[in-house]
Design a protein around this ligand. Sequence first.
Ligand SMILES: [Zn+2]
Length: 131
Amino acid sequence: MNTIDCNKCGYSFDLEDARCGTIEKGDLLVQYFCCPNCRKKYHAFTSDARMRALVEQRKAVQLKIRAAFTKKFRKKTIQEYERKLDRIKQQQKKLLPGLKAAGEKILRQAENTSEGVQNADATRTDTTRPN
Ligand SMILES: [Zn+2]
C-alpha cells in the first residue's frame, strides 16, 4: 500500500485510489492525485513527448527481456537488452527533475486559477456544448 497523509487536511489515503486527473499544457502532460477529503492536488507524474517515448521504449525492452528469458535466448543477447534498459532508465532519470518541477508549477497554477480543472475531461466536453 502506498498511503500518504494529506498535508492540508491530514486525511490518510491510498495513492492508487486517488489518481484523479491530467492537465495538458503544450507538450506536457501532468498527472495528479487528489485528496479524497479536501481535493488538494498532488503531483504524480509529468511527461513530455521525449519522456513518453522513453516510457514506450522501456515497456518494449522489458517485454523483450521477458520473452528472451522464456525462450532461453543467449545470455549475451539478454545482457544487451538489459544494457539498453539501463540506458533508457538513465535518460528518464535525467529528465525527471525538470519535468517534476514544471508539473508542480502547472499544478499550483491550476489550483489557483479554478477548481474547474479538477475534472479536465468534463471541462473539455463542456466547451463543445451548443449555446
Ligand atoms: Zn486533504
